[in-house]
Design a protein around this ligand. Structure first.
Ligand code: FAQ
Length: 317
């Protein structure tokens, strides 16, 4: 009997994969997928998971110095949510055959990326609000379409993550509204933070479309549903009216409404800075990775204990 009679050949499997993508249905872990698709998904999900975990550091910096018990409880909960997001995402990567320990080793070895935004320092409490407003705001813009991404476990993780990120964005905006109703010093603190975080937030969407090596293939595979520039524009359009309501000025002289395009025009991102940051030379890259490495090493006894416990009780059951 020919193998083709009982097991579909590679061409049939590839045709089924292509049809699933064309119908906007989802690929599941048991399904055949091209190696390139699997590699791209692991790369994107791992980078996303690392971002959530490293992303705990900038805001975590302010937990012990929160200005009130209420602000501290909110910040603690938010940072814990980011840890949860990292866990769902590592679990999604594992459904593709990746090993979480290997991914962590790649991160702390500097061989896998995480979002550029987390390589900037948090210098005042206003940064907690601005990260919620701008960074979670940009994350939502990028991630809501990923709820329809073609890889099922990633898309489903994204639904829950987006709900939590929306709440994070609102808490950031509420903190900033409170500060903007406060003293002149508090208002200045918010403006100073917006000045530092605006451009790095625009960089979160990735390089411009004509310099993005992965966008074409990722869109063809239904992994990305929009290009980097489309999402960046959506974020700018969404954020400018919010800045007006807050009473802050976004640091871009070229920012103005273009009635013909039906969008805001905005200035050029400093792509040399972006490249330096993703190349490991941002203001806090070394510090972030050193902290992550130390946390991983400090946690080794927990992993060893868990393995020993599983070995002992696994045998008994
Ligand atoms: N930072 O060809 P493309 C969050 C890399 S979560 C660093 O356009 P792609 C929650 C890219 O990996 C934030 N690297 O690539 C939170 C590629 O390099 P590679 C994370 C970047 O994948 C909030 C190269 O440049 N979100 O914020 C960046 O098609 C508050 C060429 O780029 C996600 O990961 C960057 N900004 O598009 C937590 C969302 N941009 O890997 C705590 C999922 C590009 O080939 C507090 N990811 N690169 O060596 C995505 O949507 C995509 O992966 C993009 C990049 C859009 C990030």
């Amino acid at each position: 009997m020919e193998t083709g009679d009982t097991q579909p050949g590679e061409a049939a499997l590839a045709a089924h994969f292509d049809a699933t993508i064309a119908l906007m249905r989802q690929i599941e872990p048991r399904d055949w997928m091209p190696d390139g698709y699997r590699k791209t998904m692991i790369r994107q999900i791992a980078q996303h998971a690392h971002s959530e975990i490293i992303g705990m550091q900038p805001e975590g910096n302010w937990i012990t110095r929160a200005p009130s018990l209420r602000r501290k409880a909110i910040l603690l909960a938010k940072v814990q949510d980011e840890a949860g997001h990292g866990m769902y995402l590592y679990a999604a990567a594992e459904t593709l055959g990746a090993d979480r320990a290997d991914l962590t080793a790649l991160l702390i070895g500097g061989r896998q990326k995480y979002s550029s935004i987390f390589n900037y320092p948090t210098l005042s409490y206003a940064d907690v609000g601005v990260i919620g407003w701008l960074v979670d705001g940009a994350a939502i813009c990028n991630q809501v379409p990923l709820c329809r991404s073609s890889y099922g476990p990633y898309a489903r993780a994204m639904v829950r993550i987006c709900k939590e990120e929306s709440f994070h964005q609102r808490q950031g905006y509420e903190l900033l509204l409170t500060m903007m109703r406060g003293t002149a010093a508090q208002q200045a603190m918010v403006q100073e933070s917006v000045d530092r975080f605006w451009w790095p937030s625009l960089m979160m969407f990735g390089p411009p479309d004509d310099q993005s090596p992965n966008t074409g293939q990722s869109m063809a595979w239904g992994i990305k549903r929009h290009t980097n520039d489309e999402l960046r524009q959506r974020f700018v359009d969404m954020t400018v009216p919010q800045a007006d309501k807050l009473g802050v000025t976004l640091p871009d002289e070229r920012l103005r409404w273009n009635p013909e395009r039906g969008h805001y025009d905005f200035g050029e991102v400093d792509w040399a800075e972006f490249k330096a940051v993703i190349g490991g030379n941002g203001p806090c890259n070394a510090e972030r990775i050193a902290r992550r490495r130390a946390a991983h090493e400090d946690g080794s006894w927990v992993r060893e204990a868990a393995v020993a416990y599983a070995a002992k009780h696994g045998e008994a059951s």
